[in-house]
Structures are given as structure tokens and as C-alpha cells.
Design a protein around this ligand. Structure first.
Ligand SMILES: Nc1nc2c(c(=O)[nH]1)N[C@H]1C(S)=C(S)[C@@H](COP(=O)(O)O)O[C@H]1N2
Ligand SMILES: [Mo]
Length: 374
């Protein structure tokens, strides 16, 4: 449950309740940002070559600690609140329900935050907070129908067992979906990733996966579902994950991923600067592109020193999975700035300038890669 510690004179000195205020930053990354970056690794961009990201290469975003759950035997998922028949399901019960596997690209809403100036001090993703997995589970809709949502239900909330503080609020990680979205046939209660049990850091033994949305909706270590007659007030729903330009903006709740593409790094890197060296001749540039809400990728372009060319697209790999692209570049010696840009079936494309957002959310700027051809 959402809870605050009772207030007392001592609270004034409690650093959890009264954290040092965060302010926008320019310049070097802070110690706290580096610590978060070490805990929450990104996709190694060379991993963009896999259709399905190997589980250990999938990006990670954990707000608090990964809970210690050595086995699934005693796990229960409760479904309560405004329902006709409250449920308590074991993992075996969930695995006995109809199973579906969906290939889904997940991206953190804060991906690209580290490129926004001034930036909000938080996880300083550059471009790598994305991955694609084959998620296996049972449709949430079926479980909600078994419980029977009452007509009064407007939202359904999802709570994990991980607990901590953010900006003075103590809470378990939790999110909600509006009734319609909770009943969407593609939202899954997931126990498997790439044909194996979930790894601890990806939510073992049970998580939600909301395809087409940014990752914050896909609650890990899920043990409580509540049907609500009023909008959910959890911290991760109300206090963050909203697009805002100014602090006083009411904010627009973040849902679908924005259209984006990334390039697998060509050639070989310098260890420290990550600058790339490519041999002259035919170089096949490849990468991935995706959009949100189940909207298809319609086009990918590649720029060589600012001149745009059409890339070839791989066949689609499912409604919610990224799409491979390739462009054959006849590289001649020199210095190059490479870039890629996707456009989705709704005609939305990636901006050339970083879109400013206070929290650094939704940055889908065109990615650039510097290479030297010898
Ligand atoms: N319980 C719980 N669920 C969570 C989170 C969390 O910190 N706790 N992080 C969310 C965020 S912000 C993202 S981007 C995705 C990341 O999923 P992954 O680590 O499996 O890639 O999980 C989401 N689900
Ligand atoms: Mo995220």
C-alpha cells in the first residue's frame, strides 16, 4: 500500500523523507547517476543484430532492489477489489491457464535522458534502454474475467513486491491501467522470457507485459492486482511518467512508445571513446526500428554525412516487435557521421533535435554514429 512514515520531529532529519532536492544538470554526470547506470545496464548495441535479445543482454531498469525469490512455490497472485470473485493464484495455476507467447520490444520511457540538456538527474540512458524478448504467459483479460470486474471498475492496479523511496515517498512499485487497456487481449501475465523462467532481475516469478507501451507499465515481481472504482494514486502513476516541459505542467501520462530506430555499431571500436573504425568497401549497416501501440514501422532511412538514403526492411516479426533494416554503404576513406531515422505507419517520424522534457522522457531523437573509414 502507498504509505508515508508518521511525521515526527525526527523526520526533519530523515534523508529518505527529506532527500536533497534534485535539480536539472549540465556537464559531467553525477556519482549517483553513474551508480544507477552500473545497476541498470542497457542493451549492448551490437546486440541489435539478434532478432530476439538474449535475456542477459536485455536492458534492465529496477528502481529499488531485485527481491530475493529463490523459488516460485509459495508465490501467490491476489486479484481483489471491485471483483465478483477475489482470486489467489499460484504460479502453477497461472501456467495451467491458456498460454500465449508474444515477441515484444520494450523500451524504457527514460531512454535518451542522458542526451537531454539540462537533464533530470536519474538513470542517464543514452540510447540503449531497449530489448526484444519472447514473453510467455496467460492473457490478463482471462484472469480478470474469471474474477469478474464489477461495472464500477475504472482502473486496475498492479503492484510488485519491491519497495523503496523516491522523493520522500515510501512505496512498492505499482502502476495501473484503465479498464479498457487492462482488458486488452495482448496484455499478458508473464512467467517466461525466451523460453525460460524469468530471470530474477526481469521479474521472477511473475510480471506484467503491456505490449506497445514504454516499459514502466510492465510491472515486475507482481503479486497484487486490484480492481478500482477510482483512479489509482500510486507514486509511479501520479508523480512521474508524465511528459512535462515545466514543473507546474499537469503533465501528459506516458503510454505508447514513440517511433525510433537504432544502428548496430559498424566496424570496430576504440575501447575508451567508442569511436568506430570501418574498412573501406561495402559495409552492410544494420539496425532495428520500432514504434508503439502496435503501429508498424513503414520506413527507415540512413544518412551518410547528412544525405538520406532508403534502407531495406526485413519482414515484420509481429505487431509489437522491432523490425530489422539494412543499408549497403560503399565506404570510401574519410570521416563520417551516420544516422538512421524511422517513420511509422501513422506518418510519425524521429526528430533531428532532442525534444526537451523535464524528466527526459520520450527522447526519440535520430541516433548518430561517428565512424572513420580507412
Ligand atoms: N516491480 C517493478 N516493476 C518494474 C520496474 C521496477 O522498478 N519495479 N521498472 C519498470 C521500468 S521503468 C521498466 S523500463 C521495465 C524494465 O523491464 P526490464 O528490466 O525487464 O527490461 O520494468 C518496469 N517494471
Ligand atoms: Mo523505465
Amino acid at each position: 500500500m502507498e504509505s508515508r512514515m508518521p511525521s515526527s520531529a525526527q523526520d526533519k532529519h530523515n534523508p529518505f523523507l527529506n532527500p536533497a532536492p534534485r535539480q536539472h544538470r549540465e556537464g559531467p554526470y553525477l556519482r549517483e547517476e553513474v551508480v544507477l547506470a552500473n545497476r541498470n545496464h542497457g542493451l549492448l548495441t551490437e546486440g541489435l543484430r539478434y532478432d530476439v535479445t538474449p535475456a542477459g543482454m536485455h536492458y534492465l531498469l529496477n528502481h529499488f532492489d531485485v527481491p530475493y525469490v529463490p523459488d516460485a512455490a509459495s508465490w501467490r497472485l491476489s486479484v481483489s477489489g471491485e471483483v465478483e470473485r477475489p482470486l489467489s493464484l499460484s504460479i502453477a495455476d497461472i501456467k495451467a491457464l491458456p498460454q500465449r507467447t508474444l515477441r515484444v520490444t520494450l523500451e524504457c520511457a527514460g531512454n535518451g535522458r542522458g542526451q537531454v540538456t539540462p537533464r533530470w538527474p536519474s538513470m542517464p540512458w543514452m540510447a540503449e534502454a531497449v530489448g526484444t524478448a519472447e514473453w510467455t504467459g496467460t492473457p490478463l483479460k482471462g484472469v480478470l474475467e474469471r474474477a469478474g470486474l464489477k461495472p464500477s471498475v475504472v482502473e486496475v492496479s498492479f503492484t510488485g513486491i519491491d519497495r523503496g523511496f523516491d522523493r520522500g515517498h515510501e512505496h512498492n512499485y505499482g502502476r495501473s491501467l484503465k479498464r479498457d487497456m487492462a482488458l486488452h487481449e495482448d496484455v499478458l501475465l508473464v512467467t517466461g522470457m525466451n523460453g525460460q523462467d524469468l530471470l530474477p532481475q526481469h521479474g521472477f516469478p511473475l510480471r506484467l507485459v503491456v505490449p506497445g507501451w514504454y516499459g514502466m507499465a510492465s510491472v515486475k515481481w507482481l503479486d497484487r492486482i486490484e480492481a478500482l472504482a477510482a483512479p489509482y494514486q500510486g507514486f509511479q502513476q501520479v508523480e512521474t511518467y508524465k511528459y512535462k516541459v515545466k514543473a507546474e505542467d499537469p503533465g501528459i501520462p506516458i503510454t505508447d512508445m514513440r517511433v525510433k530506430s537504432l544502428m548496430a555499431p559498424p566496424g570496430i571500436p576504440d575501447w575508451y571513446s567508442r569511436a568506430r573504425l570501418v574498412e573501406r568497401g561495402e559495409t552492410v549497416l544494420t539496425g532495428r526500428a520500432w514504434s508503439g501501440g502496435g503501429i508498424a514501422v513503414a520506413k527507415v532511412e540512413v544518412a551518410i554525412n547528412g544525405v538520406w538514403h532508403a534502407a531495406a526492411l526485413d519482414p515484420p516479426a509481429g505487431k509489437y516487435a522491432w523490425r530489422g533494416w539494412r543499408y549497403v554503404w560503399n565506404a570510401t576513406p574519410g570521416e563520417y557521421l551516420l544516422a538512421c531515422r524511422a517513420t511509422d505507419a501513422n506518418g510519425r517520424t524521429q526528430p533531428l533535435e532532442v525534444p526537451f522534457d523535464r524528466g527526459g522522457f520520450g527522447n526519440n531523437v535520430v541516433q548518430t554514429v561517428e565512424v572513420t573509414v580507412r
